[in-house]
Write a protein that binds this ligand. Structure first.
Ligand code: G
Ligand code: G
Ligand code: MN
Ligand code: NA
Length: 261
């Protein structure tokens, strides 16, 4: 198992890295920005994915420090990205843990500080909140974050929301349709399986919910052109996934921008 002492040390000795995965709008596949995804470059085990260490970081009280580092680093990195040829600036999306969301003042201060230090225009930052974090006084916290001028995305949508009736009251700009829905979309052959039909209806329903609430929708985990075509037909506005690119290290972002722009 991963070691708590090593995880604490990783922060000090700079073993965390941020990978960036592109997001594009439909139907033109126009690049709009990148999601920042943290990795732990472990000296012996190699690259470790966040699912394997974020829970431990939360457990040992390190998530505030780690989240703060990701926020500052991603903002500083994105501030140096070039404009797109259409004149638009690239967005950067940063994930925030439910534990961070509970510390409202610390989180708002961390985001405000990252924006101020990097000089990144607040409108270029999207803060991603996972659906299961929406309990208690989360709405107040979301409003405080939104007040900074950033945009808000609801991550893993469809997997953990307790009250659909509350959704309209939250200040989200975008719903991220969880990868589990997209995974069930067929690659072409088995168009009529029960799972595929089900998944298509769910995605269509989420897209129309988003559109009714003035929110964009982005489908995660799109791996094939057939899946991209299906989510487009369902009314989804943006996609992210291996079809466009895997998450890449910071040094590869510019080449990716040149390829996708
Ligand atoms: O990159 P990958 O698909 O392995 O990410 C797995 C999960 O880890 C995703 O759900 C993502 O939201 C989460 N994650 C990635 N980076 C961060 C981060 O910087 N902070 C938090 N809290 N979660 C992250
Ligand atoms: O924050 P979130 O849980 O949504 O993070 C997205 C995670 O999903 C990242 O860890 C990323 O590496 C992974 N991922 C991104 N695109 C794809 C994809 O097309 N297929 C699969 N299987 N995983 C993906
Ligand atoms: Mn995310
Ligand atoms: Na997600």
């Amino acid at each position: 198992a991963l070691n708590k002492v090593e995880l604490r040390k990783a922060m000090v000795v700079d073993q965390f890295k941020i990978y960036y995965q592109p997001q594009v709008s439909l139907p033109d596949m126009q690049l709009t920005g990148f999601e920042a995804l943290v990795r732990w470059q472990h000296p012996v085990r190699g690259m470790i994915n966040p699912d394997d260490f974020i829970p431990l970081a939360e457990e040992i009280g390190l998530i505030g420090l780690l989240g703060d580092w990701v926020m500052h680093t991603a903002c500083r990195t994105a501030a140096a990205w070039p404009l797109l040829s259409n004149g638009r600036a690239l967005q950067v999306a940063v994930n925030v843990s439910p534990i961070q969301l509970r510390e409202r003042r610390a989180l708002v201060a961390s985001i405000a500080d990252a924006l101020a230090q990097s000089g990144l225009d607040a409108a270029r930052l999207e803060v991603e909140i996972t659906e299961s974090a929406l309990i208690g006084d989360a709405c107040e916290t979301l409003r405080s974050i939104k007040h900074l001028g950033v945009t808000l995305a609801l991550d893993d949508f469809g997997t953990g929301f307790s009250s659909l009736s509350q959704l309209a009251h939250y200040p989200f700009d975008r719903l991220k349709i969880d990868r589990s829905f997209v995974r069930n979309l067929p690659d072409g052959a088995d168009l009529t399986s029960a799972d595929a039909t089900h998944a298509r209806w769910m995605i269509q329903a989420i897209a129309s919910l988003g559109s009714g609430l003035d929110m964009c929708t982005i489908a995660e985990g799109v791996e094939t052109i057939a899946q991209a075509e299906m989510v487009r037909a369902a009314g989804v506005t943006d996609i992210q996934g291996f079809l466009i690119s895997r998450p890449v290290p910071e040094g590869d972002v510019l080449a990716l921008v040149r390829r996708l722009d």
